[in-house]
Design a protein around this ligand. Structure first.
Ligand code: UD1
Ligand code: UDP
Length: 375
C-alpha cells in the first residue's frame, strides 16, 4: 500500500537569534505527526548557532555551511541564492518558514518566490522606517514581508505596519513573539553558570550587561560606546560584556577593554547563561533586537545603543530608552540608573509587551488550518 506523503515544513535558520526564535516552533511542529518538519541551517553563523542548537537539543537535517570569516553581504547573498535555491528544488517543501530580518531570511524568501513555494514569515511587520538603521535588516524584513503568504506579527504595532504597507490583512496573524516561548521554555530557577568567567561576578554590586553587533555601529560609534564603558569601569560597578564574534566588533572591543579591572569580557554566552545573566543584572546596554524583547520579562531597564528601533513598544512603556552611541548620553543615563533610585524604578518594570509564551502553538494551529483544514 502506498503511504500518503506527509505535509513537508522546512524551517530555515541563519544567525543565532533565528535558532532561539524558531526552536519553539520546531518543537511544537514536531508534536504533530501528520507534519514532516525539518530544519535547514544556512550556516550564516557557525559557532553561535551550534551553541544555541545545543541549548535547545536541536539537530538540523540540512546544513549549507556558508559562513566565511568576515564575508561581505554580496558574497553571502550570492552563496545563499545558489545553495539554498538548489537544495530547495530537491527537498520540495510544502511550506518554508523563516524568521526576522537577516540576509538568510531575505534571500531564502526570494528563492521560495522563484520556485512558487509558500513562505511564512515569523516576526513580520517590524519597521524602523529608516533603510540604513538597522542595515541591512530594515530592507531584508520588507523583502520577506512582500513575499510571505503568512505573516506572523508579534504585536499589534507590527500588524499595523503590514496593513499600512498594503499587505492583505487575511494573511496576518498577531501571535506574540516566539522569543517569549523560548524564555519560558528554558528559564529555570537556581541556574549555575556554565561559563567560568561568570564566577567572578560579585553579589551586591551593580551589574551592567552589554551586547553590541550592528553593522551601522562599526567604526566610530563602537569606539564611542567603548569610551563610555571605560568611564563606567569603576570599583563600585561591574560590567559583563559577551563580545560578538564579528571581527569588526571583537577587534576594537578586546583592543580597548582587555585588562579593565571591572569589565568581564567573554565569548558569546550560551543561551541559558545569558538569560540568567539578564535576570541578575541591574540594567542592559544593547543594540540587540532580541534582548530588547526579552528584558521586559525580567523587568530590566534597557539603554538601546541605537538611534531608532523597530521595537517601539518598550520605549512607549518607558522600559527602554534610545540613547544612541553618543558617549556622553550613554554615561548620563547609565549614571542615572546607577545613582537615582526613583529613575531606576521608573524603568525597572516587568511587562509582557512582546508575547505570552504561546506564539508557537498559535502558529502551528494557523498553519494546520490553512494548509490541512484541521487544527
Ligand atoms: C547577523 C545578521 C544580523 C543579526 C545578527 C545576530 C545579517 C546581514 N546580519 O549579523 O541581522 O542581528 O547576525 O547575531 O544577516 N562570526 C563567527 N562565528 C559565528 C558568527 C559570526 O565567526 O558563529 C563572524 C564571521 O567572521 C562572520 C561575521 O561574524 O563573517 C559576520 O557574520 P554575519 O552573519 O555576516 O553578520 P552579523 O554581524 O553576525
Ligand atoms: N544571546 C545569547 N548569548 C549572548 C548574547 C545574546 O544567547 O552572549 C541571545 C539573546 O538572549 C537573544 C539573542 O541572542 O535571544 C539576540 O541575538 P543578537 O543580539 O545577536 O541578534 P538580534 O536579536 O539583534 O538580531
Amino acid at each position: 500500500m502506498k503511504l500518503k506523503r506527509r505535509f513537508k515544513v522546512l524551517i530555515v535558520i541563519g544567525p543565532r537569534p533565528e535558532v532561539i526564535k524558531l526552536a519553539p516552533i520546531f518543537l511544537e511542529f514536531r508534536k504533530h505527526k501528520e507534519l514532516n518538519t525539518e530544519i535547514l541551517l544556512t550556516g550564516q553563523h557557525r559557532q553561535l548557532t551550534d551553541q544555541a542548537m545545543k541549548d535547545f537539543g536541536l539537530k538540523a537535517k540540512y546544513d549549507l555551511n556558508l559562513m566565511k570569516k568576515g564575508q561581505g553581504l554580496e558574497e553571502l547573498s550570492a552563496r545563499i541564492f545558489l545553495k539554498f535555491g538548489t537544495i530547495l528544488k530537491r527537498i520540495k517543501p510544502d511550506l518554508v518558514i523563516a524568521e526576522g530580518d537577516t540576509t538568510t531570511t531575505a534571500i531564502c524568501s526570494i528563492c521560495c518566490y522563484y520556485q512558487k513555494i509558500p513562505f511564512a514569515h515569523v516576526e513580520a511587520g517590524l519597521r524602523s522606517f529608516d533603510k540604513f538603521q538597522p542595515f541591512p535588516e530594515e530592507i531584508n524584513r520588507m523583502i520577506a514581508d512582500i513575499i510571505a503568504d503568512l505573516h506572523f506579527a508579534p504585536t499589534n504595532d507590527a500588524r499595523e505596519n503590514l496593513i499600512a504597507s498594503g499587505i492583505d490583512g487575511k494573511g496576518i496573524f498577531v501571535t506574540g513573539n516566539t522569543v517569549i516561548d523560548s524564555l519560558l521554555l528554558l528559564s529555570k530557577k537556581n541556574h549555575k553558570f556554565r561559563d567560568t568567567n561568570l564566577n567572578s561576578i560579585k553579589e551586591g554590586k551593580p551589574l551592567i550587561l552589554v551586547t553590541m553587533h550592528r553593522r551601522e555601529s562599526f567604526g566610530r560609534p563602537i569606539k564611542e560606546v567603548i569610551a563610555a564603558l571605560k568611564e563606567l569601569n569603576k570599583e563600585d560597578v561591574q560590567i559583563v560584556y559577551p563580545v560578538h564574534l564579528n571581527p569588526n566588533v571583537k577587534g576594537p572591543v578586546y583592543k580597548s577593554l582587555s585588562g579593565c579591572k571591572n569589565i568581564i569580557l567573554t565569548d558569546p554566552l550560551n543561551y541559558l547563561d545569558f538569560i540568567n545573566l539578564m535576570k541578575k543584572c541591574s540594567f542592559i546596554l544593547t543594540d540587540s533586537g532580541g534582548v530588547q524583547e526579552e528584558a521586559p520579562t525580567f523587568g530590566k531597564p534597557i539603554l538601546v545603543l541605537r538611534n531608532v528601533t523597530e521595537r517601539p513598544e518598550g520605549v512607549k512603556a518607558g522600559i527602554a530608552k534610545l540613547v544612541g552611541t553618543n558617549r556622553r548620553k550613554i554615561l548620563r543615563f547609565s549614571n542615572l540608573l546607577l545613582n537615582n533610585k526613583k529613575f531606576y524604578s521608573s524603568m525597572a518594570k516587568k511587562k509582557g509587551l512582546y508575547g505570552a509564551g504561546d506564539a508557537s502553538k498559535k502558529i502551528v494551529k494557523i498553519v494546520k488550518t490553512r494548509f490541512l483544514n484541521s487544527n
